[in-house]
Design a protein around this ligand. Structure first.
Ligand SMILES: NC(=O)c1ccc[n+]([C@@H]2O[C@H](COP(=O)([O-])OP(=O)(O)OC[C@H]3O[C@@H](n4cnc5c(N)ncnc54)[C@H](OP(=O)(O)O)[C@@H]3O)[C@@H](O)[C@H]2O)c1
Length: 477
């Protein structure tokens, strides 16, 4: 018996004693019954799943509304009635856009989790604390949890999955990656038998909206960002979106599921879109590409040793116009998956917004309710270890754009530097003449470290005024 199992067995036997203690208050006995593992009577014959919702903002309020709207049909199809019985918020006096019995509201989220009348907890507060603490308390009490919290899962997800596994309850999180798109369930269930080699996604609607406006309307970055903020697609402080942190968190969660190894947000290499110019986008267009902010997860498996390595990165990339991801416009999201047997798949839809995300939360709640009745739970299995490949090891085609002096021998000097680093040229193009000349090269597959060394050396050349474009290129689908 492992240490963890021994601790769990001890807690369960103490809890069993507490259940047997007639003098203990009923709330304590019910709580103890959960811990003792005596909760496998599912919904205790009531046929009603009583839901405690933590947070009633964009997602929480849309979820409460959707439960009301859909509960009859869900009951007809599953035999389980869903009922929101408690809702925790921060500010009790704030106006809510939805009809909500004020008696359900509290500003003490911990009491919702410990309430014996709550069978399942939906966490849509966001952030690390108190969300982490509340989720651990719910799982420990044997209550399934559904969360939309990417920041939390991208940092301490594996610890939480392990608590859920030890307690034998569901921790489901479909809405945490790409909102309404059912990519988490596809990766953790439908594609469980696949040797997935790559997952590549447009998983941030704000940046996709900005890039679409830059590409289609030649709107400069600052104007496109201002428009996204006006429409509510971008926050007043857009850093998390435009610098790739949000996409990085989603990449970490998907990488953990696909690789079966712990990958946290801090391990994801990320570059944002704030330095992209209309000139970059225009040259990509001329060469037959669109620029997208991509989250890319590459999985390498050594069949002999069973050991693997994972590359996880977020950066702008040139995607051929013929690739399915190139047609994902505006604030839409899509995730492209490459598997060994299944080939290529693409999942497309609304990656954010209260209602699409609430739909994903509700799907998880129904799954968890059905599992509770059956006395079972979903599982991500055990986690192994994979090496996280540093970005230096990435191999890709690159676009390198240079502003050069109008003098003889420039081309020779530049191609000499590329050759010295083993970076070979697939295509070259000159734009403009005289002092305004720009050179563009698309390389064959080259190593990131070699390309960075090339760029460093090019910047030192007297005839190179600046290296003003460096974009990775995605191969055809
Ligand atoms: N919005 C989206 O499109 C989207 C999509 C996918 C995933 N998500 C994720 O879903 C989660 C929620 O996002 P959201 O956009 O709905 O956030 P939000 O609109 O800011 O709502 C947060 C809610 O949590 C409540 N809250 C904050 N701290 C609390 C505390 N200590 N105790 C109790 N309640 C507390 C707030 O109460 P008050 O209302 O009183 O302030 C508010 O109702 C986040 O993890 C987010 O990443 C969001």
């Amino acid at each position: 018996m492992s240490n963890q199992e021994a601790v769990l067995a001890h807690e369960r036997s103490s809890a069993a004693a507490a259940v047997a203690n007639d003098e203990a208050p009923p709330e304590e006995r019910q709580q103890a019954a959960f811990v003792a593992g005596e909760r496998n009577d599912g919904l205790r014959g009531r046929g009603t799943l009583r839901i405690g919702v933590l947070g009633c903002g964009n997602v929480g309020s849309a979820f409460v509304e959707l439960v009301t709207e859909r509960s009859k049909e869900i009951e007809a199809r599953t035999g389980i009635q869903l009922e929101v019985v408690r809702v925790a918020v921060r500010n009790l006096s704030r106006n809510r856009d939805i009809e909500l019995d004020p008696a359900l509201l509290t500003n003490d989220a911990a009491t919702v989790v410990s309430d014996p009348d709550v069978d399942l907890v939906v966490e849509v507060i966001g952030g690390i604390e108190p969300a982490r603490e509340l989720i651990v308390a719910a799982l420990t009490a044997g209550k399934p949890v559904v969360t939309a919290n990417k920041e939390l899962l991208a940092n301490v997800g594996v610890e939480l999955y392990e608590v859920a596994e030890q307690r034998g309850v569901d921790l489901l999180f479909e809405a945490a990656v790409a909102g309404g798109i059912p990519i988490v369930r596809a990766l953790r269930e439908s594609l469980r038998g696949e040797a997935i080699s790559r997952v590549m996604g447009i998983v941030n609607g704000t940046t996709n909206y900005i890039l679409t406006k830059m590409s289609e309307l030649q709107m400069p970055y600052a104007a496109a960002l201002a428009e996204a903020q006006r429409l509510g697609y971008a926050e007043r402080d857009p850093t998390a979106d435009v610098e790739g942190f949000d996409a990085g968190a989603k990449a970490a969660i998907m990488a953990t599921i696909v690789s079966g190894s712990k990958v946290v947000a801090g391990q994801v290499y990320h570059e944002g879109i704030s330095n992209l110019t209309l000139a970059d986008i225009e040259v990509a267009r001329r060469l037959g590409y669109v620029v997208k902010l991509l989250a890319v997860i590459d999985i390498d498996r050594d069949a002999a040793s069973g050991e693997g390595s994972v590359g996880v990165r977020v950066h702008p990339a040139m995607v051929p116009t013929t690739h399915p991801l190139a047609s994902v416009r505006d604030s839409f999201n899509a995730v492209f998956v490459e598997g060994g047997a299944v080939g290529s798949l693409m999942f497309y839809g609304r990656g954010a917004g209260g209602h699409p995300s609430a739909s994903a939360v509700l799907g998880d709640v129904i799954d968890a309710a059905v599992n509770l009745v059956k006395g079972t739970h979903g599982s991500l299995g055990t986690f192994g270890r994979s090496r996280i490949r540093p970005i230096d090891e990435l191999t890709s085609e690159y676009l390198i754009g240079l502003e050069v002096a109008d003098e003889p021998g420039v081309l020779h000097a530049v191609t000499g530097v590329l050759a010295a680093h083993g970076v070979s040229i697939r295509a070259a193009e000159q734009e403009g003449l005289g002092p305004d000349a720009r050179l563009f090269f698309i390389t064959h597959d080259a190593k990131e470290s070699a390309v960075q060394a090339t760029v460093h050396e090019l910047r030192e050349l007297a005839s190179v005024r600046s290296v003003d474009a460096l974009l990775r290129v995605v191969g055809p689908a």
